[in-house]
Design a protein around this ligand. Structure first.
Ligand SMILES: Nc1nc2c(ncn2[C@@H]2O[C@H](COP(=O)(O)OP(=O)(O)OP(=O)(O)O)[C@@H](O)[C@H]2O)c(=O)[nH]1
Length: 367
């Protein structure tokens, strides 16, 4: 084995012992939550249940078994009332509050790092709340300084058949790639509605994208043409996978891409994140957000307000031809039972903590 191969194997082995964190981002309605649900079900069926964190405080229903749910820690509607904020401001503030306690989430992940190979994070519908906020940066950097971390950008390919829309979406993806500085996977979702062959072609063949643009007579066309020249280089850093969060199509390929991303993280991105950890930006932002007050984060007993276990199993069998119900149920019992045994239900303490925090905030506002 030559030196570089040995080095590569060593770094893969290193990442094997740690879970890979998967940050799922995407435009509103692109299918992030459905994708997390599908990937979670797929991993359960493979006997490798992930650790799942919901970071969307405004979602009404979480259809997967979340181990940590931001909604248990911060009540988004209360934040809206108390601070007199609109929905987006309240989502941003809720995420800031949660980020002040992300060290607790790291502690919970640390406890599960030997039993979970993946940590999946679902993010708010309004993508900019995560990608352009201090809290999003804190969460991303905290994860990436400790674990192999990849970004999965979910793109609604059914709504991107127009080259101008496609380009806008890719431009956004590009801005996130350069902001997060992490391995980046584009999931061309909703492949059951429109086969994303067109998108794969546009990504790999510059001429074919130009031809598609020729058919357009919008004032955006010239701008798009110029941008596509710039973005052509960016496409080289992308790994694109066609998938359907509804049918489960493409999930094995998504997992392969995540594994390749984790490997890439170890080789190319880790040193950069180790340097970043020592930089003062996170500390400064954390100090700013901590002015908002403190909240106490807790882990969920998995399987309460979500899709029932049997429903998830049935779902999995239908779409993926997964494991037999009893085997999967055994596996699930083991994991869920563990979660239930490990954690006490401290909802009351959490409510009281949130109430205290709100009273302090109101007191501060009045004085
Ligand atoms: N046909 C089809 N529909 C999908 C797929 N993925 C998601 N959807 C549908 O798209 C809609 C939006 O999906 P969500 O998972 O809520 O999308 P999201 O990005 O989490 O939405 P927000 O968090 O509100 O931004 C839902 O009606 C889903 O059923 C898919 O692969 N195929």
């Amino acid at each position: 084995m030559d030196e570089s191969t040995a080095e590569a194997s060593a770094s893969v082995a290193a990442s094997d012992s740690k879970p890979t964190c998967v940050i799922v981002l995407g435009m509103a309605g692109s299918g992030k939550t459905t994708f997390v649900q599908r990937l979670t079900a797929h991993l359960h069926a493979k006997g490798s249940p992930p650790y799942v964190i919901n970071l969307d405080p405004a979602v009404s229903q979480v259809p997967y078994p979340a181990n940590v749910d931001i909604r248990d820690t911060v009540k988004y509607k209360e934040v809206m009332k108390q601070y007199n904020l609109g929905p987006n401001g309240a989502i941003m503030t809720s995420l800031n509050l949660f980020a002040t306690r992300f060290d607790q989430a790291m502690g919970l992940i640390e406890k599960r790092k030997d039993s979970c190979r993946f940590v999946i994070l679902d993010t708010p519908g309004q993508i900019e709340v995560f990608t352009w906020s201090a809290s999003g940066a804190i969460i991303t950097e905290t994860l990436a300084s400790t674990y192999p971390t990849v970004v999965v950008y979910v793109m609604d390919c059914a709504r991107s058949t127009n080259p101008v829309t496609f380009m806008s979406n890719m431009l956004y993806a590009c801005s996130i790639l350069y902001r997060t500085k992490l391995p980046f996977i584009v999931v061309l979702n909703k492949a059951d509605i429109v086969k994303p062959t067109f998108a794969l072609k546009w990504l790999s063949d510059f001429e074919s994208f130009q031809e598609a643009l020729e058919q357009q007579t919008s004032f955006m066309t010239d701008l798009t043409r110029s941008l596509s020249l710039v973005l052509d280089e960016f496409y080289g850093s992308l790994k694109c996978v066609a998938a359907s969060a509804v049918t489960g199509e493409g999930m094995p390929e998504v997992l392969d891409a995540i594994a390749a991303g984790a490997e890439q993280y170890e080789k190319e991105y880790k040193p950069q994140y180790e340097r970043l950890r020592h930089e003062h930006q996170s500390a400064k932002v954390a100090a700013q957000t901590s002015k908002l007050g403190e909240v106490s984060l807790k882990e969920r007993p998995v399987g309460s307000s979500m899709q029932s276990r049997s429903e998830m199993l049935a779902d999995e069998r239908i779409h993926l031809g997964g494991v037999e119900a009893e085997d999967a149920e055994d596996e699930r019992e083991r994991v869920f039972g563990q979660a239930e045994d490990d954690e006490e239900d401290d909802t009351e303490a959490d409510k009281a903590s949130f109430q205290r925090f709100m009273e302090q905030m109101m007191g501060a506002k009045k004085s």
